[in-house]
Design a protein around this ligand. Structure first.
Ligand code: GLN
Length: 208
C-alpha cells in the first residue's frame, strides 16, 4: 500500500459482527473488504478478526486455507486486529475449553471467563490510548490471563488486560465496534499507515 492510498482493511465475514467493524472503519476513512477466501485476503493491507464464536470461525479458517494464509502474511508485519473471538484466535494458548489458534500474540486466554455479572454488558475501563474512561462492551468475553515478554497492555478492566499489542498485532477482549468511541480502530489504522510504503520508494521500486 502507498502512504497516500486509502487503507484496504479486510474483515473476516463469515459470522459475528463484521458489519459494525466495517461501518466504524469506513467512518475513519478506510476502505473495507469482506474476507471469505485467500484471494480476498490478498487484496488487503490489514485484517480484522471480529467477535462471534471462535470455534466456528477457526473451523472455517482451516477449511478455507485462511488459517495458514493469515499466519504467513502476519509473519511479514501484516497488521491484524482481533476482537473477542478474534482475540481468542490470535492467542498462543486457549483454555476453557482448549482449542487450536493462530498463535500470533503471546498470551493465554480463558474463554467465557468473566462470569455472570460481566457476561454481556458495558463496563468502564482505562486505556493508555486516551485520557479518561473507556467504555468496553463485553459479550461472553475471554479473560487475558497472562501475556508474554514484549506484549504491551494498552487497556485494562478489573485488573485484567483487555487490549494488548505486539508489533502489528492488536487484540481486544471487548467490542470497540459496538460503541461510538473510535479510539481502538483509529489506533489500528495508524498502525496500518505506519506500515505503508512511502510513495517515493514505491515509485523507485516500480520505476514510475
Ligand atoms: N465466547 C465466544 C468464544 O469463545 C466469544 C464471544 C464473542 O466474540 N463475543 O468464541
Amino acid at each position: 500500500m502507498k502512504e497516500t492510498a486509502k487503507p484496504k482493511i479486510g474483515i473476516l465475514a463469515i459470522q459475528g459482527d463484521f458489519a459494525a467493524h466495517a461501518a466504524m472503519l469506513q467512518s475513519l476513512g478506510a476502505e473495507t473488504i469482506e474476507v471469505r477466501t485467500v484471494a480476498d485476503l490478498e487484496q488487503c493491507d490489514a485484517l480484522v478478526l471480529p467477535g462471534g464464536e471462535s470455534t466456528t470461525q477457526l473451523q472455517f479458517l482451516q477449511e478455507e486455507g485462511l488459517f495458514e494464509a493469515i499466519k504467513k502474511v502476519a509473519a511479514n508485519n501484516f497488521p491484524v486486529l482481533g476482537t473477542c473471538a478474534g482475540a481468542i484466535l490470535l492467542a498462543t494458548h486457549v483454555s476453557n475449553p482448549p482449542q487450536a489458534s493462530l498463535g500470533l500474540l503471546d498470551m493465554s486466554v480463558l474463554r467465557n471467563a468473566y462470569g455472570r455479572q460481566v457476561a454481556s454488558d458495558v463496563f468502564i475501563g482505562s486505556s493508555k490510548l486516551k485520557s479518561g474512561p473507556m467504555e468496553m462492551v463485553f459479550i461472553r468475553a475471554p479473560i487475558i490471563d497472562s501475556v508474554g515478554a514484549g506484549v504491551e497492555v494498552l487497556s485494562e478492566y478489573a485488573n485484567k488486560p483487555t487490549l494488548v499489542q505486539k508489533g502489528s498485532i492488536l487484540a481486544a477482549t471487548f467490542h470497540p465496534e459496538l460503541t461510538d468511541d473510535p479510539t481502538v480502530h483509529q489506533h489500528f489504522l495508524d498502525l496500518v499507515r505506519k506500515n505503508a510504503v512511502p510513495a517515493e520508494s514505491v515509485s523507485a521500486q516500480t520505476g514510475k
